[in-house]
Ligand binder design. Structure first.
Ligand SMILES: Nc1nc2c(ncn2[C@@H]2O[C@H](COP(=O)(O)OP(=O)(O)OP(=O)(O)O)[C@@H](O)[C@H]2O)c(=O)[nH]1
Ligand SMILES: [Mg+2]
Length: 392
C-alpha cells in the first residue's frame, strides 16, 4: 500500500542583475573611460533534505518561493551583489517532479542532500567589458537573464512515525480524526476500519509527524482471527506504538483482558515490534466518573504489570489529545535518527545549464540615450556592432 504526501509549489530563481553603462567623470581626468560594472547573478533555489521534517504539510500553506534578484551593476566599476539563494527544507525521501514535463528533477534520500531546482539568472555585463581599441566609449551593456521558474510537485512516501494498536472499537480511528485531518470512518461496531489510514499530525507550526491507524486486533489475531495480523507489518517501521485501551467497553468486556490479549498477540507476532517504545493510552475517559478514573487506571496498570508511560484521553471529546500529540512530538525528537552516521551536504548535478544559454543570446542591449554630458568628440564613432561572446 502506498501513502504519498504531495505538495505543489512554484519556485522562482532570482533574475540576474543588469550591467551598467557609465563613464568615469572626474576633475582633471579628461576622457575618463567606461566604468559600468557587471550585475550580480540571481539567487538559485535549492531543496535541502532535513531529517527533522516528516511531512510536506508546510508547503500546502506556502506555495510560492522566490530567490533574490542579483543587483544591477553601478558606475565606478561596482559589480552588483549576487542574489541570495533560497533553500527550502524538505523531509528526507522527498522527490521533486517538474509539473509541466513530469520529469523527475531529483530524489533527496539523505539528510543534508541539496538539490538545485531553479537556477538563478546570469549577470549582465557593464560597458567596461565592451571596451576595445576601436571603441573606447562603448555604450553597450547586457541585461541579466531571467531566473528559472518552475512548477514542482513534491512527493513523499510516507512512513508512519506512530502506530496505533488496540482492540476493535477502542477508538483508534476517532483518535486519528481528532489529531489530524484524516477522516477514517468511525462507528460503534468492531472492524469499522478495514485498511490502514495515515494522518499527518501538526502539533506545532512547522513540525509534524505521521500516525497510522490500523484495523483492530483481537485475541488469536496472530493465528488469523479477525483481520489477523497482516496489517501489523505497517507498524514495523513506526518509531512509537500507542496502545489504545477502551476504559469502559460498552459490551462489558474487561479492559484488562483486552489489553493482555493485545500485548500477547504483539509478542507472538514479532518480538522486535513488541520491544518498540510503546505507550499505554486510556481512551473514553468521559465515560468514567472523574473520581473513579485514577483508581480504575491504576488497577488496570497493576493487573497487566505495566511499567511504561501512561496517558489518558477522550478521543471523542478531544480531551487530552492535543497534549498527547505534543508529547509524542517531543518524544520522537529524543529518538535516534536512522541516518546519524552518514551526514554531510551533497550537491546534486544540475541539468539545465543550456536553458540560460538560449536566453542569453537575446539579451544584448544598447543604451542609446545614455546621458553623456561630456560633449567632446574624442570618440564619437557610435560603433554598436560589438560582438559579445558571453562566457561565465
Ligand atoms: N464516549 C466516547 N466514545 C468514543 C470515544 N472514542 C471513540 N468512541 C466511540 O467508540 C466507537 C468506536 O470508535 P472507532 O474510532 O471506530 O474505533 P476503532 O478502534 O477505530 O475501531 P475499529 O476500526 O473497528 O478497529 C465509536 O462509536 C466512537 O464514537 C471517546 O473518547 N468517548
Ligand atoms: Mg477504526
Amino acid at each position: 500500500m502506498k501513502f504519498v504526501d504531495e505538495a505543489k509549489i512554484r519556485v522562482e530563481a532570482g533574475d540576474g542583475g543588469s550591467g551598467c553603462v557609465s563613464f568615469r567623470r572626474e576633475k582633471y581626468v579628461p576622457r575618463g573611460g567606461p566604468d559600468g560594472g557587471d550585475g550580480g547573478d540571481g539567487g538559485d533555489v535549492y531543496l535541502l533534505a532535513d531529517e527533522n521534517l516528516n511531512t510536506l504539510i508546510d508547503f500546502r500553506f506556502e506555495r510560492f518561493h522566490r530567490a533574490e534578484r542579483g543587483e544591477n551593476g553601478r558606475g565606478s566599476d561596482c559589480t552588483g551583489k549576487r542574489g541570495q539563494d533560497l533553500v527550502l527544507s524538505v523531509p528526507v525521501g522527498t522527490r521533486a517532479v517538474d509539473e509541466d514535463t513530469d520529469e523527475v528533477v531529483g530524489d533527496l534520500t539523505q539528510h543534508g542532500q541539496k538539490l538545485m531546482v531553479a537556477k538563478g539568472g546570469f549577470h549582465g555585463l557593464g560597458n567596461t567589458r565592451f571596451k576595445s581599441s576601436t571603441n573606447r566609449a562603448p555604450r553597450q551593456k547586457t541585461l541579466g537573464t531571467p531566473g528559472e521558474i518552475r512548477s514542482l510537485r513534491l512527493e513523499l512516501m510516507l512512513l508512519a512515525d506512530v502506530g496505533l494498536l488496540g482492540m476493535p472499537n477502542a477508538g483508534k480511528s476517532t483518535f486519528i480524526r481528532s489529531v489530524s485531518k484524516a477522516k477514517p470512518k468511525v462507528a460503534d461496531y468492531p472492524f469499522t476500519t478495514l485498511v490502514p489510514n495515515l494522518g499527518v499530525v501538526n502539533p506545532e507550526p512547522g513540525r509534524s509527524f505521521v500516525i497510522a491507524d490500523i484495523p483492530g486486533l483481537i485475541e488469536g489475531a496472530a493465528d488469523g482471527a479477525g483481520l489477523g495480523i497482516r496489517f501489523l507489518k505497517h507498524l514495523e517501521r513506526c518509531r512509537v506504538l500507542l496502545h489504545l485501551i477502551d476504559i469502559e467497553p460498552f459490551d462489558g468486556a474487561d479492559p484488562v483482558e483486552n489489553a493482555t490479549a493485545i500485548i500477547a498477540e504483539l509478542e507472538k507476532y514479532s518480538p522486535a515490534l513488541a520491544s518498540k517504545p510503546r505507550w499505554l493510552v486510556f481512551n473514553k475517559t468521559d465515560l468514567v466518573l472523574e473520581e473513579e478514573l485514577q483508581e480504575k487506571m491504576d488497577s488496570i496498570i497493576e493487573a497487566i504489570g505495566w511499567e511504561g508511560e501512561v496517558h489518558c484521553i477522550s478521543a471523542y471529546n478531544r480531551e487530552g489529545t492535543d497534549e498527547l500529540a505534543k508529547q509524542i512530538l517531543y518524544f520522537l525528537d529524543t529518538l535516534p535518527k536512522d541516518s546519524d552516521e552518514e551526514e554531510g551536504e551533497q550537491k546534486v548535478e544540475f541539468k539545465w545549464d543550456s536553458y540560460h544559454k538560449s536566453s542569453m543570446e537575446e539579451s544584448v542591449v544598447v543604451e542609446e540615450d545614455f546621458d553623456d554630458d561630456d560633449d567632446d568628440d574624442w570618440d564619437d564613432d557610435d560603433d554598436y556592432d560589438v560582438e559579445v561572446i558571453y562566457e561565465r
